[in-house]
Design a protein around this ligand. Structure first.
Ligand SMILES: Nc1ncnc2c1ncn2[C@@H]1O[C@H](COP(=O)(O)OP(=O)(O)OP(=O)(O)O)[C@@H](O)[C@H]1O
Ligand SMILES: [Mg+2]
Length: 366
């Protein structure tokens, strides 16, 4: 992949509003047939980045390249309509007085027959051929979404920019449309840059995730790597609830109520946060005041009292008050097990599933 020319490449994009840097030196490559997700919390600069690529907004510095050709820096500027970029935004706004057929054909060039053929091809592809003459208000939300997708893809864009395109749909519908959309985009060999603030959506759709925070890309990689090798505590907590156990390093080890953790390469006296997701805490029964035996993989068990247990369907979420310091830890367990309030249980931390980061100054472990 490294020797292929990216379909889209942005280099060191910067955008300021009123002196405040909103997009801060963002660089990114997107390849044909690939979906890259810009994922990050509200306000981190995702939409602004997308608008600059689309050409509806100008960067303060940085470059945008398509197929190895410069389309925009602070001197050159190819206008939006000549960038061969398809757009699909959250408020995808179909024209209410135009039929589905006319909506998909909007902005499509070529002679009449070719145009009609392409429109029909796209409508078949999104499964809406029978709605050709319908007006948008006669369609469900999901169907309208598919019309918008057909419209965006009809001119065969080389790049597809999507900004939270599925956020208006209910969950069940969304999963189906996401998968269909992906299939179509791959068939069309478009390079896709998708913006979302939902980790689940990014994990489901992306070949590559660029995790964005405060205008910067803090980590980039395949979903598996981002989830399993996060660069910092915030990157873990963006994807799930977290538990944090704080300790101080002594001789490359950190002592905790859950036993010792290996913390190589961290100087003595440095405080560290040991971060663990709720689904990776192991729970075991109390045996007359004793827990299971310590193991190298799971360390030493620590006693917790169930504060609250909630049945969530596929799993249960259990909140523990720890006996050693009164701190709260959260664990998820398969739904067959729903402990009762006040029950004593023993918690263990899987060593291969926790992440160790230098403790942040002035932050609590909560
Ligand atoms: N035209 C503008 N003028 C001034 N500030 C703006 C403008 N557009 C965006 N901003 C600010 O820039 C920051 C980034 O906005 P942006 O829309 O890119 O965020 P986002 O990551 O897309 O967030 P969301 O997930 O909520 O859509 C925000 O703080 C926003 O208030
Ligand atoms: Mg946005």
């Amino acid at each position: 992949m490294a020797d292929r020319t990216p379909r889209l490449e942005i280099k060191n994009l910067v955008r300021r509003y009123d002196g405040r840097v909103v997009v801060d030196d963002v660089s990114l490559k997107v390849y044909p047939g690939q979906v890259t997700c810009l994922l990050g919390p509200s306000g981190c600069g995702k939409s602004t980045t997308l608008r600059m690529i689309a050409g509806v907004e100008m960067q303060d510095s940085g470059e945008i390249w398509v197929d190895g050709k410069l389309v925009c820096d602070t001197v050159t500027r190819v206008p939006p309509e000549r960038r061969n970029i398809g757009l699909m935004f959250q408020d995808f706004a179909l024209f209410p007085h135009l039929s589905v057929f006319e909506n998909v054909g909007f902005g499509l060039g070529g002679d009449r027959a070719k145009r009609a053929a392409r429109i029909r091809e796209m409508l078949v592809r999104v499964g809406l051929a029978r709605f050709e003459t319908s007006l948008p208000h006669e369609l469900s939300g999901g169907e309208q979404q598919r019309v918008a997708l057909a419209r965006a893809l009809a001119p065969r864009p080389r790049i597809m920019l999507m900004d939270e395109p599925f956020s208006g749909l209910d969950n069940r519908l969304r999963d189906g449309i996401r998968d269909e959309t992906l299939d179509i985009l791959r068939e069309e060999d478009a390079a896709v840059l998708l913006v979302t603030h939902e980790p689940d959506e990014a994990m489901r759709m992306a070949d590559e995730i660029a995790l964005m925070r405060a205008g910067q890309i803090v980590q980039q990689g395949a979903p598996y790597n981002i989830y399993n090798a996060p660069v910092d505590r915030d990157s873990v907590s963006f994807f799930s609830d977290i538990n944090v156990i704080r300790g101080v390093v002594q001789g490359a080890l950190t002592d905790t109520p859950f036993g010792q953790f290996l913390t190589p390469g961290v100087p003595d006296g440095q405080a560290v946060d040991i971060v663990i997701r709720p689904q990776h805490i192991k729970i075991d029964f109390d045996r007359q005041g004793r827990g299971p035996n310590p193991t190298p993989g799971d360390g030493t068990p620590a006693l917790g009292v169930v504060q609250r247990a909630r049945f969530m369907g596929s799993e249960s979420l259990v909140e523990f008050k720890m006996a050693h310091d009164g701190s709260i830890l959260r664990a998820t367990v398969p739904n067959v097990f729903l402990p009762s309030e006040g029950q004593n249980l023993w918690l263990m931390i899987r060593r291969d599933r926790c992440f160790v980061f230098p403790a942040r100054q002035g932050t609590s472990t909560a």
